[in-house]
Design a protein around this ligand. Structure first.
Ligand code: ZN
Length: 192
């Protein structure tokens, strides 16, 4: 039932350029929202920012993650970002901070807890939206590789995580991947 055209339509609606409260500001100043088709309706995923950008102000609920997917009060997904962690990541590589947003949004877009799939979709979207070029991708790859050892769900290391992400990105996309929803409590391995 999900022909290629249908998948393309769904993908086209995944994000929107946005202004105003709640939007995520990319490194180039563009404000975007994570927009998904949730049970047939357009849903703008709420973004919440915690912490005031200083160490010691980390939100305990985030467990040291830069960002997590949680249920909002209405049961639908939201993304919670740690301002301190995001600022620290931006200091290393602004594109990596953008990628945190794309990665968390991908968890909701695909309703998946699979970290490779989320990262893969995030990178596809970054390419498709022209947010990343070859140099940016190389820098993002270095950023991944420097993460060192990681839990099994990320492939056990930053090197493997990036290898698997790239292998997935280069494989043909499956249309049946696209169905948004609350994936469970997803987090991100990205750290400064
Ligand atoms: Zn994740």
């Amino acid at each position: 039932m999900s022909g290629r055209g249908r998948g393309a339509v769904a993908v086209a609606a995944l994000w929107a350029v946005a202004t105003g409260a709640g939007a995520f500001t990319l490194g180039d100043g563009t404000q975007i929202r994570c927009v998904v088709d949730l049970a047939g309706a357009r849903y703008e995923v709420p973004e919440e920012f915690v912490g005031n950008g200083r160490v010691g102000e980390r939100h305990p609920e985030l467990g040291g993650s830069a960002a997590v997917v949680r249920r909002a009060e209405d049961g639908r997904p939201k993304i919670v970002f740690d301002t301190y962690m995001l600022d620290s990541i931006r200091a290393k590589l602004p594109l990596a901070r953008d990628f945190v947003f794309l990665h968390e949004c991908a968890h909701i877009q695909l309703a998946t807890l699979d970290e490779i799939d989320a990262n893969c979709h995030a990178l596809r979207e970054a390419r498709r939206r022209g947010l990343i070029d070859a140099d940016g991708e190389a820098a993002l790859g270095d950023f991944h590789r420097r993460m060192g050892r990681l839990p099994l769900k990320y492939g056990t290391s930053g090197v493997k995580f990036w290898e698997r992400t790239q292998a997935c990105v280069d494989a043909p996309a499956r249309d049946d991947e696209i169905h948004a929803g609350f994936p469970g409590e997803a987090d991100t391995p990205f750290a400064p």
